[in-house]
Design a protein around this ligand. Structure first.
Ligand code: F0G
Length: 352
């Protein structure tokens, strides 16, 4: 039983042969949820849809690319995969390696990945190295390791990752009946914006959609090399997933923004945290801080008059909020109350 993951569903668009063993956890098919309350709060006149990628098997969009990268590694007879990660790639690699019976080694920046992501790498049995350095340092080390023939790097420098992730654009078009007018998403290592742009183009060329969206990518202010036009040596942001100063797919991201008449811009940590709270409170959708960068981008673009009236807007929220419970509890700006098991006390405390 091969399951119903993105390789099965979109195999005609993917570099798969009959010889490719399919390593899948039934990733993809994530919901595209309309978010009218946010539009109303902004007094906007557009339709907003949230692509909830936190509902993938390891709770981020990385699984779409990982199923393909690990399947192709298996086809080539490779038994060991490695990656550098701010936490989600490593969680996904660890899970798919477990599924494939492969060895997985993950390198993460020490002290800078969310708690839930660390739990995932460890519980799936990945050899987990916390490196004293940032993501960019770690990626360089992984590239060195990747020179060995018996090791496959499963970062997005691996083209199969990009190929797999493009399936999210297909799903958006399938759900809406066409491509949206604008597509918002966070940008870190810049693989995902590259993937979506590839997916939207391929779907249009195949006659499955009629237009291309403006690609709107968002970096955190303290980790915005693409916007600043230079490598950021010491990136900092509350959104640890996108705490990256030298993105691997920099050039492709700029191309996507330019060719689509879109943009790559910044949002502040405060804007990111406000957006995380707003999405959770007004739409019931819980995402990690990096994912909220796209929502913050919508708020900013709308304020700047960039969203055309009547347009259809999609935002990818890339990872589940439960990945980073510590930030969420802090950002909730609310506290639980401890009460005795006494009805009068409880009733008073409910505030009802
Ligand atoms: N959102 C989340 C939740 C991420 O984990 C990442 C990247 C991004 C957005 C940015 O996507 O890199 O394709 O531009 N996380 C990588 C990782 C770097 O190691 O998990 P990108």
């Amino acid at each position: 039983m091969e399951g119903s993951g993105v390789i099965q569903r979109y195999r005609d668009f993917l570099p798969i042969t009959d010889a490719t063993p399919i390593i899948s956890l039934n990733e993809g098919s994530t919901p595209l949820i309309e978010a009218p309350n946010i539009v109303q709060a902004l007094s906007g006149d557009f339709r907003l849809f949230v692509k909830y990628e936190g509902l993938n098997p390891t709770a981020s969009f990385k699984d779409r690319g990982m199923t393909l990268a690990v399947s192709k590694a298996a086809e080539q007879g490779v038994r060991t995969i490695v990656c550098a990660s701010t936490g989600n790639t490593s969680a996904s690699a660890a899970a798919y390696a477990a599924r494939a019976g492969m060895t997985c080694v993950v390198l993460i920046p020490k002290g800078k990945i969310a708690y839930g992501k660390m739990a995932q790498a460890l519980i799936h049995g990945a050899r987990t190295l916390e490196v004293r350095g940032n993501f960019d340092d770690v990626l360089e080390l992984v590239k060195e390791l990747g020179k060995r023939d018996d090791i496959e790097v499963v970062n997005s420098i691996n083209q199969f990752r990009i190929q797999g992730q493009k399936t999210a654009a297909f799903e958006v078009c399938d759900a809406l009946g066409d491509a949206p007018d604008m597509h918002f998403l966070p940008v870190g290592n810049a693989g995902n914006i590259t993937s979506y742009w590839m997916g939207y183009n391929e779907y249009r060329e195949a006659g499955e959609s009629s237009k291309l969206p403006r690609m709107m990518g968002w970096q955190a202010e303290g980790a915005a090399p693409i916007v600043r036009g230079e490598v950021v040596q010491a990136p900092e942001t509350v959104a640890t997933a996108i705490r990256i100063g030298n993105p691997a797919s920099w050039k492709q991201a700029v191309e996507a923004a330019e060719a689509s008449f879109g943009a790559i811009d910044t949002v502040s940590d405060d804007e990111i945290l406000d957006a995380q709270r707003m999405l959770a409170r007004s739409e019931g959708i819980f995402v990690e801080p990096a994912s909220a960068a796209g929502i913050a981008g919508i708020v900013k673009s709308h304020a700047g008059g960039d969203i055309v009236e009547g347009s259809t807007v999609v935002v990818t929220v890339t990872g589940h909020g439960l990945k980073d419970p510590e930030i969420a509890i802090d950002n909730a700006k609310a506290q639980s109350m401890v009460v005795d098991a006494n009805f009068e006390v409880v009733l008073a405390a409910t505030g009802l």
